[in-house]
Design a protein around this ligand. Structure first.
Ligand code: SF4
Ligand code: SF4
Ligand code: SF4
Length: 247
């Protein structure tokens, strides 16, 4: 099975999950043809699976993701940047010209798209692996399932279910902000298990009740924290941005 791992606008953190499972991948005979982060010789040809990290943020990236799609039987996005635009998509809600001139003294040299968008805005995506960063166990589940010709099993239910299965006391009830009821499970309820709130790096479930959780946040005195969290890791996820576009 021929694999490509590609990076766009991102911090490289999700690609690290491949190093976590690299021994297992080699044991089952994966051939990694393209992975610039990991090897100096890379072949850009046909891929059985392409894994894509990062959002599409420049005109060159827009061209390259289309080439990758043409060469790939399956294209899987890894992490909040690729799935939902990432932290860098905060700029999508600001004045682009103003941001450029405030960061760069000579912004005419910058070739950037006005918005940082998810990969799925440009090409068909077969599967999203969520998180910031992704969970290596989920990555392994995906690669092995595809190798065996099975459909990967990734949770589509909210984090609260995972959290309750672990027997955690609810940190939201105890007065900490937690997005568990509106975002996807998969991290093992990591933050609530350490008595910390969840800021939703796995991104929304298909139909989250954002209105109700926003009300709870306000009732608990968190001010506009709910809005701020939604415009962070997964700021340009379709579910969140539809909310902004509706006003
Ligand atoms: S999703 Fe998070 S960890 Fe992954 S590349 Fe983006 S910023 Fe880095
Ligand atoms: S701590 Fe968060 S994830 Fe856990 S049950 Fe409460 S709201 Fe849900
Ligand atoms: S608990 Fe929330 S913020 Fe923490 S890792 Fe899981 S999804 Fe991300």
């Amino acid at each position: 099975m021929r694999i490509g791992v590609f990076k766009f606008a991102s911090c490289d953190g999700c690609q690290i999950a491949f190093f976590d499972i690299s021994d297992k991948l080699l044991d089952i005979g994966f051939q990694i043809d393209y992975f610039v982060e990991a090897q100096s010789e890379n072949i850009f040809d046909n891929f059985d699976i392409s894994f894509v990290e990062g959002s599409i943020s420049t005109p060159d990236q827009e061209d390259f993701i289309k080439k990758i799609r043409e060469k790939s039987k399956k294209l899987i996005t890894i992490g909040a940047c690729a799935d939902s635009g990432g932290i860098q998509s905060i700029r999508n809600f600001m004045d682009f010209g103003q941001i450029l001139s405030s960061v760069y003294p000579s912004s005419e040299y910058i070739k950037s798209l006005e918005k940082s968008k998810p990969v799925s805005d440009y090409v068909d995506v077969d599967l999203e692996i969520r998180g910031c960063p992704i969970n290596p166990h989920q990555l392994y589940e995906v690669v092995v399932s595809l190798y065996l010709g099975k459909t990967p099993s990734l949770p589509q239910y909210p984090l609260c279910l995972e959290c309750k299965r672990k027997g955690n006391p609810c940190v939201l009830v105890l007065g900490k902000p937690c997005l568990g009821s509106v975002i996807k499970a998969g991290c093992g309820a990591l933050c609530p298990s350490f008595n910390a709130g969840c800021y939703g790096c796995y991104g929304p479930v298909e139909k989250p009740n954002l209105y109700s959780l926003g009300e709870i946040f306000r009732e608990k005195g968190f001010g506009d924290l709910f809005e701020k969290i939604l415009t962070s890791f997964n700021a340009y996820n379709r579910v969140y941005r539809e909310r902004y576009e509706k006003g």
